[in-house]
Design a protein around this ligand. Structure first.
Ligand code: AMP
Ligand code: ZN
Length: 115
């Protein structure tokens, strides 16, 4: 498993920075976004350091599948009953600010802050 000591999400995985965790398994960690856009806003990340969606290929298909497959259960467990949005920002033009692959999952009653 690779980690980047300068990466904020790797540091959350390592327990060096606190986060409000909602799910953890061998491969994935899920925690609340520190600046939520919606009443419920979590980030699903691989524990392994993958810098962005642009670095993903066929070998990552099971991991990406698990990230997507987890979202409905997360939202149900967090009380989201009326739909949700999943977003992956990739690279400069994609608006990616943290360079560790992450999937935003947002839900809850509108209006939202943005999104
Ligand atoms: P992106 O623009 O897709 O790279 O989004 C990065 C997200 O990470 C933003 O929504 C931030 O609010 C969130 N974020 C940054 N640092 C932390 C942190 N320490 N804990 C939780 N969320 C964070
Ligand atoms: Zn990382």
């Amino acid at each position: 498993m690779s980690a980047d000591p300068h990466c904020i999400f790797c540091r959350i995985v390592a327990g060096q920075i606190p986060a409000k965790k909602v799910h953890e398994d061998d491969e994935l960690l899920v925690f609340h976004d520190i600046h939520p856009w919606a009443p419920v806003h979590v980030l699903v990340i691989p524990k392994d350091h993958i810098a962005s969606h642009a670095d993903v290929g066929d070998a990552h298909a099971p991991l990406l599948g698990r990230m997507l497959a987890l979202a409905p259960k997360l939202m149900r467990d967090l009380g989201v009953t009326n739909g949700f949005r999943t977003v992956i920002n990739t690279g400069p033009d994609g608006g990616q600010e943290v360079h560790h692959l992450h999937m935003h999952v947002m839900g809850g009653p509108r209006p939202w802050v943005k999104g």
